[in-house]
Each structure stands twice: as C-alpha cells, then as structure tokens.
Design a binder for this molecule. Structure first.
Ligand code: FES
Length: 160
C-alpha cells in the first residue's frame, strides 16, 4: 500500500468499525470516532508491548570434564545462578535457588531424577524443574542445555 492510500484505508477501517460497533444511529459520529480512535492506539500499544523481542543464545557454563556423573555444580551465567547436573552423561540445568527460601539446589542430594533441597527437604525434578515435594510449592525454571565439544552451554533468553 502506498503512503498516499494509507489515510483512506484508515478512514475506511474506522468507518467499518463504527458501523459494526454502533450501527447507523444512536451516538454522535464525533463521539463514536473518538471512542474508536482512543481505543485503537491502546490496543496496538498492548499488542506491541506483548511482542517484545525475545532472543536466546547458548552460553558457556562449564567443561564436561568438570562435572562427573551424578554430580551438580552452581554456575553463574549472565548473572543467573543455575544448578547444572550430570545424570548418566546427560546434562540438565535448573535455577539454583529453591523457591521455598532460596536454598542452593546444586548442594542438594540427588535422588534419581530429583534433587532434595539441602535446607528444608523440598524435592524438584532435575529434568523439568517441577516441585515434587513440599515445603516448596513453586517450580524452578529449567534451561535447555547442549554440549559443544567439551563445553556445556546453557540457553539463556534475553529480552529487549
Ligand atoms: S529453602 Fe528449599 S526447602 Fe526450604
């Protein structure tokens, strides 16, 4: 659409909205158009705000050789404390801070696919981050992990 046609298209759009919303009679044209025009930008602003640019990238976290089987370590990636686990050669990453009172999950006891918080015993699934035993009631975030050569990398989402 050329720039010259844009005002015509907008006017037609507003007229169509006015007709479908209010019909031909009833409220004054000025009031109707004012309502439509005052609501239209808000809707666009809300939609634009909810579509913030979401980029993610894999960031180096540790060397494969630094994390033996059935072990965990805390790594700090982009300012986030993340518990990194090795379960039978597969690596998993969840937030290190327990959702109960912040206990360090990387110091917890590994029980199969779960980790027990060292402070009050809440359990979290290492693969999903889901809480499985109280006193914690909220899940912890989980992160995608990949191995590139000898590097373990964690996918961190970034918003702008
Ligand atoms: S801090 Fe983890 S269970 Fe309380």
């Amino acid at each position: 659409m050329t720039t010259a046609l844009l005002p015509v298209a907008l006017w037609t759009f507003v007229q169509n909205m006015r007709m479908s919303a209010y019909g031909e009679s009833g409220r004054s044209r000025r009031g109707l158009e004012s309502d439509i025009l005052s609501n239209l930008p808000q809707k666009l602003i809300v939609e634009t705000a909810s579509k913030e640019i979401n980029m993610s990238r894999f960031i180096f976290a540790a060397k494969v050789t630094e994390l033996p089987d059935q072990a965990a370590t805390c790594v700090e990636v982009e300012g986030q404390r993340i518990a990194l686990f090795n379960l039978a050669g597969e690596f998993y990453a969840i937030d290190d801070d327990c959702t109960h009172e912040g206990g360090p999950l990387s110091d917890g006891l590994i029980l199969g696919d779960e980790v027990e918080c060292p402070w009050h015993g809440a359990h979290f699934n290492i693969k999903s981050g889901k809480v499985t035993l109280d006193p914690a009631t909220d899940d912890v975030a989980r992160y995608n992990v990949r191995v590139t050569g000898d590097d373990i990398e964690i996918e961190i989402e970034q918003y702008s």
